[in-house]
Design a protein around this ligand. Structure first.
Ligand code: IFM
Length: 441
């Protein structure tokens, strides 16, 4: 049996990623809370993982004690700016405490400034649909970065602008008052403007900052590649989901299925590319889905899927994602800002983790500039419209009692972080079923 270790470069960031609304609890002043109270989600966020009540301390301990050296968290706009004219200094102080907590534990902080939630006052004025949001977002970013800059130099302006837009304005799963593809693309253009304004503001405040955003990137294949409509739909969906935001940052022109948006100020506004990768979609033409531009997406019948078939374990897709990234932006540092799987029994997670990290190693081995990996997520969290039905945590959470339950993947990830690599012994111990694939003779 082969014995080997796939090593990573010194200084590689190993961590987990979280988002404020999903872990803090009692985030009553944003549009998601309202959406939950009006029956649009599978349960309500409630106390979530009670980080606002202080349980971030014990969870950061868990991360540090299992050798993670970084953590990506987000701040909640509606706490920091509860009304258009007020700032909550206590909330900012609480975030400073959390970031100091990371530093005290020897962990690098990455802060996301917008992760799906908007203050209610912004939502009520139709938020990102109006261009005025750009100045409002910049003001919030300035205030927040000034307050937190002592503890963070790695900033993510906006998480998954493509998902925010499409899940809301096209699918209707995320809070919106009106729907429509054109409106959705207008929202995405405003997010791009907001990102560009934030990028410049952060650099003004903190010249040494590294600023980017997190793109949810989904490789796609046509279900029947020789069937022209499937191939066409794959391209349409791929361009619509994956390419709009990057095209705007690459060229200053955001290309969308409903036309181009000129955002010249966005050109070149990233110091790294953040990639959230989960799976590969198989796309086909579907007459019954006009809202989704007549496309349907799923996974192959025999795919290794998670509960509810939500995610298919297709690790090669992560390599393809990284290949796309280096070809599109040669030399730009890459961070895997999310990757993980919903798996309450932790049967799939161990091999998903090992197989995906193996693909990251392949990329690093080509000298592609991948600088870190953030697993989604540390402790089970509130999964938006899917509520508590999906468990992405390395640690499980009993929501009522707030008890954390360690899953076996914790130990696998801890060994990877400690070793700064993935070894044959680890794979043999935690997921022998994929040993031959990861360490072929
Ligand atoms: O929980 C989400 C996160 O907020 C954004 N990316 C995907 C995750 C898993 O669904």
């Amino acid at each position: 049996m082969p014995q080997a270790t796939y090593h990573f470069p010194r200084g590689f960031l190993w961590g987990t990623a979280t988002a404020a609304h999903q872990v803090e609890g009692n985030n009553t002043n944003n549009q998601w809370w309202q959406w939950e109270q009006t029956g649009h989600t599978n349960g309500t966020s409630g106390l979530a993982a009670d980080w606002w009540g202080g349980r971030w301390r014990e969870d950061f301990d868990r991360a540090a004690e299992t050798d993670q050296n970084a953590h990506r968290l987000s701040v909640e706009w509606s706490r920091i700016q509860p009304t258009p004219d007020t700032w909550d200094e206590d909330a900012l102080e609480r975030y400073r405490l959390m970031l100091r907590g990371l530093r005290e534990r020897g962990m690098t902080a990455m802060v996301t400034l917008h992760h799906f939630t908007d203050p209610l006052w912004l939502f009520e004025m139709n938020g990102w649909e109006r261009e005025e949001v750009v100045g409002l977002f910049e003001k919030f970013v300035r205030k927040t970065v000034e307050a937190l800059k002592e503890y963070c130099t790695l900033w993510c302006t906006i998480n998954e602008p493509n998902v925010y837009t499409l899940s809301g304005y096209v699918m209707g799963d995320f809070p919106t008052k009106q729907r429509g593809m054109n409106l959705g693309m207008q929202v995405m253009a405003n997010m791009l403007r907001g990102h560009a304004a934030a990028y410049r503001a952060i650099h003004q405040i903190q010249p040494e900052a590294r600023v980017g955003y997190a793109l949810h990137y989904r490789p796609m294949v046509a279900k029947h590649p020789r069937f022209p409509l499937d191939a066409l739909m794959r391209k349409l969906r791929y361009d619509g989901l994956n390419m709009a935001f990057p095209s705007g940052i690459g060229t200053g022109v955001m290309k969308t299925p409903v036309g181009n948006f000129q955002v010249p100020e966005a050109r070149g506004t990233q110091d790294y590319l953040g990639l959230n990768y989960y799976s590969v979609d198989t796309v086909s033409f579907h007459l019954g889905k006009p809202r989704e531009l007549f496309t349907s997406s799923g996974y192959p019948e025999d795919a290794d899927t998670s509960e509810q078939r939500f995610i298919a374990n297709i690790p090669a897709g992560l390599f393809d994602t990284l290949k796309w990234a280096v070809r599109t932006y040669p030399d730009l540092p890459i961070l895997i800002t999310e990757n993980g799987v919903n798996d309450s029994s932790d049967d799939l997670r161990r091999r998903y983790l090992a197989q995906h990290i193996h693909q990251v190693w392949r990329a690093v081995n080509f000298n592609w500039p991948v600088k870190g990996y953030f697993h989604w997520t540390l402790v089970d969290n509130f999964e938006w419209e899917r509520g508590w039905t999906q468990r992405f945590g390395l640690w499980g959470l009993e929501v009522e009692t707030q008890k954390r339950i360690k899953r076996p993947s914790v130990d696998l990830y801890a060994e990877i972080c400690k070793e700064n690599g993935l070894s044959s012994e680890m794979v043999q111990k935690y997921c022998p079923e994929v040993f031959a694939r990861l360490f072929p003779v």
